[in-house]
Design a binder for this molecule. Sequence first.
Ligand SMILES: [Zn+2]
Length: 101
Amino acid sequence: MRQKRSRQKAIAVSQVDAILNEALQTARNDITLAKQQAAIVRRICLKFNIRLPYQKRQLFCRGCKTFIVPGINARVRTSNKQKMLLLTCLECNHVYRRPLQ
Ligand SMILES: [Zn+2]
């Protein structure tokens, strides 16, 4: 018998968390593998309509949707003039801006 959708989603949420943490560990040694893991996470999220928390959502580029890790394929800077946090994706040069309080 097929599992209920709600139960499938609960499993998916726990798996997403685990795979994403794993991908963060892998990113230091093998960014290609980490990207593949993150792509799986993204597909699961799309399938089950899961909204990731802010910290996790930031790991995906808004421009090219790839997995970005600060220090590896993303650059994080604070702009004094604009009082903003600038997160640059080094894959597609998309800049994500967030105002600082
Ligand atoms: Zn990008």
